[in-house]
Design a protein around this ligand. Structure first.
Ligand SMILES: [Ca+2]
Ligand SMILES: [Ca+2]
Ligand SMILES: [Ca+2]
Ligand SMILES: [Ca+2]
Length: 441
């Protein structure tokens, strides 16, 4: 159980960091009722399974390694972490000179308490094993935290989960959430067979545990418990929908509220329940937040979808978005770097910062004067930083939605270079995540 000490430390670090600048907001949210039925508006973070399209034309496509933030008060859905942001966060992890080491797919996210404002405030599981800068190998059954500078720390390991489940099967974690006392709730992406008589007894006598099963692992425990059997999950969904599904395919996203109510997403990708967030409250319902039932239509989805990851945080989140369609841009012909900003202050100004990024990726700097992510992802020591701070070309007027788009033309003499760009809202001082653009000959 070697992960117990790191888990406690990580929880304290992440909750403490989040509480410092926003204590009043967080404490107010914690004091509010925490029932999903009548709870306060809060940010809901979601990872699509196999990609999704939304009818919000600002960001019509979401890939399955990307995370979106849904605001139940406004119904707005915005990218929280995109492909281009992963390039900035992870750098050139495999050392081939390219900043293209984006994870194939994220299959679990978990919030650790407190607020979430940057990618460093979540834990992740991936669908494949991957190696981070610094050499840390995250297995698909691990739950990891990202470290500034491109590294990662394994917070809960696949091996410890496998031992706690009493199985010799290879496991892949695909849903995770933490109760206030640090108990990990989790689910796996395929069925396993346990050799633990105690776990089998909790599972109605069967040693086979399907991928809808929700397990619980308390902080000091060496054995996992069955929190929800697959039959419990299927019954909750059928009660919520009035259906008679024999299967919900998979439990793919988990969150738990302070009262013990469990929210979950399933592998149902079409028909009733597709794209819904369910709650165990009342024996099974579609969760409600800000007065909105969290079914597929709530998310303005343009196509049937299911959610592969779920995390709910205690305060609204409106990430300042910086995005590019072309993370790899040729300087030949009429090459351009085109970027767009979204969700800034309507009618305000936003600054685009840009510098070359070194290999490996630079460590971002925490900047106490900034809101949003709270980090500077560009290289402040580079001369280009000062120029981007003062150039009239990098100051953009935002429209009535807080959006702007700009295109920089590349001269044929522009060297092959990798740039990091970041947006800062001049009014709110919110900072976006960084993006990376590779300029190639
Ligand atoms: Ca690479
Ligand atoms: Ca996984
Ligand atoms: Ca595995
Ligand atoms: Ca599962």
């Amino acid at each position: 159980m070697a992960q117990r000490a790191p888990l406690a430390r990580v929880r304290a670090e992440m909750a403490g960091r989040a509480l410092l600048p926003r204590a009043a907001v967080v404490l107010a949210a914690l004091a509010a009722p925490l029932s999903a039925a009548e709870g306060p508006a809060r940010a809901i973070l979601l990872v699509p399974d196999l990609g999704a399209s939304t009818s919000d034309l600002r960001f019509p496509d979401i890939d399955d390694e990307e995370i979106v933030a849904f605001d139940p008060e406004t119904g707005e859905i915005l990218p929280f972490l995109q492909d281009s942001n992963w390039r900035s966060l992870l750098g050139d992890a495999d050392g081939d000179g390219r900043f293209n080491d984006v994870p194939a797919q994220v299959d679990a996210i978990a919030a650790m308490g407190g607020s979430v404002s940057s990618a460093y405030d979540l834990l992740y599981s991936f669908t494949t094993d991957r190696t981070f800068l610094g050499g840390t190998v995250a297995r698909d059954g691990d739950l990891v935290r990202l470290l500034p500078g491109g590294g990662a720390e394994i917070v809960v390991s696949e091996e410890d989960l496998r031992l706690a489940l009493g199985t010799s099967s290879d496991i892949d974690l695909d849903a995770a959430a933490f109760e206030p006392d640090g108990t990990l709730l989790f689910s796996l992406d395929s069925s396993i067979v346990t050799s633990s008589a105690a776990i089998a007894a909790e599972n109605g006598g069967s040693r086979v545990l399907p991928d809808e099963t929700v397990f619980a692992l308390p902080p000091a425990a060496s054995r996992a418990r069955v929190r929800l059997r697959d039959a419990d999950v299927i019954a909750a969904v059928n009660r919520a929908l009035g259906t008679s599904y024999a299967s919900v395919i998979d439990v793919q996203g988990l969150e738990v509220l302070d009262g013990g109510e469990i929210l979950f997403t399933t592998g149902i990708f079409s028909g009733p329940g597709a794209g819904a967030i369910f709650t165990t409250a009342g024996g099974g319902r579609i969760a409600v937040a800000g007065g909105i039932p969290l079914d597929g239509p709530a998310f303005q989805l343009g196509s049937p979808v299911d959610w592969n990851g779920l995390a709910i945080v205690a305060e609204p989140l409106r990430p300042l978005v910086l995005d590019t369609d072309l993370p790899v841009t040729s300087r030949s012909a009429d090459g351009r770097i085109s970027v767009r900003i979204a969700a800034g202050t309507p009618g305000g100004l936003a600054r685009i910062l840009a510098t070359p990024v070194s290999r490996p990726v630079i460590a971002p700097t925490p900047e106490s004067a900034l809101r949003g992510t709270g980090y500077i992802f560009v290289a402040r020591t580079d001369p280009m930083y000062a120029r981007s701070l003062s150039s009239p070309r990098t100051l953009l007027r935002l429209d009535s939605r807080g959006d702007a788009a700009v295109s920089f033309r590349l001269r044929p003499t522009t060297p092959a270079i990798t740039l990091t760009l970041q947006a800062v809202d001049e009014t709110s001082r919110a900072a976006s995540h960084g993006i990376v653009v590779e300029i190639v000959p």
